[in-house]
Design a protein around this ligand. Structure first.
Ligand code: ARG
Length: 236
């Protein structure tokens, strides 16, 4: 909504891609919960906007949904990248992450560098920076065949395939890899440092929403709410 019509509250429709714990996932009762859900709610609370109900998509449908005005903001642990900045805008960063290589727990295969993934089957969620690492560091140099690169609609399906032995390793954001390692029969083999920063995705040219979210983000950091939400989802 473009707002500005005299005191009426301006609604922002948030979109996310669940199956990425603890940032966004469906809990046992199916409810959408997580760090991003709480953080964006707290941030918007600090602004003149209100938050509408969440819309759920597969990760690689979020940018099209934003551009088609089905949603107004993406809160999906989305890394701020130059590629994405060609089509959308981002808030200031709110979380830092690297990639991790996830393998079956206690298995034979214990890679310690990307070189060790040569000749294996590797997987990632479609459209993610993890998939980008596989593409540029393993498939392009010819260490992994294109046909041995598995892409998934979400990481829950990918982790199932890993547990079932249908894929040898996954490339996935480290905090999420850690969460799956805590809950499932998988473990982190090593961390691949990418120095990524997550931001809320926004349409380009909507600088009023962008400044409001940036100010809201700063307010929740200063009030201690950011840390509370972080502790709730990551312990500490
Ligand atoms: N940070 C990675 C990226 O931006 C992965 C994000 C996946 N998020 C999700 N909600 N499934 O590509």
């Amino acid at each position: 909504s473009d707002g500005g019509d005299g005191g009426e509250s301006m609604e922002i429709v948030p979109g996310t891609a669940p199956g990425f714990p603890p940032f966004e996932f469906n809990d046992d009762s199916g409810e959408l919960v997580g760090f991003d859900i709480d953080l964006l709610s707290a941030v918007v609370e600090e602004t003149d906007y209100t938050l509408a109900d969440w819309e759920e998509f597969e990760f690689d449908s979020l940018i099209p949904a934003l551009q088609n005005d089905r949603i107004d903001v993406i809160a999906a642990a989305m890394t701020i990248t130059e590629d994405r900045q060609e089509t959308i805008a981002f808030s200031n960063p709110y979380y830092n992450a690297d990639q991790a290589i996830l393998v079956p727990a206690g298995g034979e295969f214990q890679p310690s560098s990307l070189d060790d993934l040569a000749g294996q089957t590797v997987g990632a969620q479609e459209g993610t920076t993890g998939a980008g690492v596989i593409e540029s560091e393993l498939v392009e140099p010819g260490d992994v065949q294109q046909s041995n690169f598995r892409t998934y609609g979400n990481y829950v399906l990918a982790v199932q395939d890993l547990e079932n032995g249908n894929v040898d390793a996954l490339v996935i954001d480290q905090p999420v890899a850690q969460t799956f390692a805590d809950q499932r029969d998988v473990e982190i083999a090593f961390v691949y440092e990418t120095g990524e920063r997550y931001g809320f995705g926004l349409r380009q040219g909507e600088s009023d929403v962008q400044s409001a979210l940036n100010e809201g983000l700063q307010a929740v950091r200063e009030s201690g709410q950011y840390e509370e939400i972080r502790n709730e989802w990551f312990g500490g």
